[in-house]
Design a protein around this ligand. Structure first.
Ligand code: ADE
Length: 219
């Protein structure tokens, strides 16, 4: 999968893309990520945003700069299996099913991350980009949603998860996991707070795999 990110803040992605599973997937060339910055198309002494028609607070990102950045991404894409997404809190809700379908159906995803009050609405109208939301809350921009989609879609690409990690996904997963020590002694901060003992559930130490799977299912 090739991800093409349209953003005026590409540096926000730096440390995230270096680490862990996504970092390894980039190194192994299972995914690639390219940035296209609308600022690069901005005329000297002009801003990337402008006042909204009809008034109101905040600024609106200028359409021509975004269209130019998107065009420079799309020009390079040879495949027809391409999807263009624009992040918006009122868009279609992203979920694992969306991630699975994206990994299967597309070779190239163009993700448009807006900021401030939003991108001039004509960008979406011209491109018929699908508006996607990662949840019912308003973020300050589309960069975190882009990272969420990159992470979640990459996990669905064969080879991105190691053998062990994908096995773990297939197995019954539980939010309750434990490691050593078997007995954890913990005194909460503050005066008069007593020491408490937290044990690993007995069943996990039993070696009885059937019982362990049942416990996980129950959890
Ligand atoms: N931009 C701001 N909030 C967002 C959200 N919840 N999902 C996608 N894009 C957004």
């Amino acid at each position: 999968m090739r991800f093409h990110i349209i953003t005026i803040f590409p540096e926000m992605f730096d440390s995230y893309l270096k680490e862990s599973i996504v970092g390894r997937a980039i190194k192994n060339k299972l995914i690639s990520i390219k940035f296209y910055n609308p600022m690069d198309f901005c005329e000297p002494k002009r801003r990337v945003d402008d006042r909204p028609y009809g008034g109101g607070p905040g600024m609106v990102l200028r359409p021509e700069l975004f269209l130019k950045a998107i065009a420079s991404a799309v020009r390079k894409i040879k495949s027809k299996k391409i999807k263009i997404i624009l992040f918006s809190p009122s868009g279609k809700k992203f979920d694992t099913n969306y991630a699975k379908k994206s990994a299967k159906n597309y070779t190239d995803m163009v993700m448009i991350s807006g900021r401030y009050e939003g991108i001039d609405a004509r960008v979406q109208k011209i491109l018929h980009a699908e508006q996607v939301s990662i949840g019912d809350y308003v973020l300050t921009g589309g960069e975190i949603p882009a990272m969420v989609l990159i992470d979640s879609i990459s996990r669905q690409i064969p080879g991105v998860l190691g053998k062990y990690e994908s096995l773990e996904e297939e197995r019954i997963s539980t939010s309750e996991v434990y490691t050593r020590p078997e007995i954890l002694n913990y005194t909460p901060p503050g005066r008069g707070k007593k020491l408490k003992i937290y044990r690993v559930p007995k069943v996990l130490l039993s070696g009885n795999h059937k019982k362990i799977e049942e416990w996980k299912k129950h959890k």
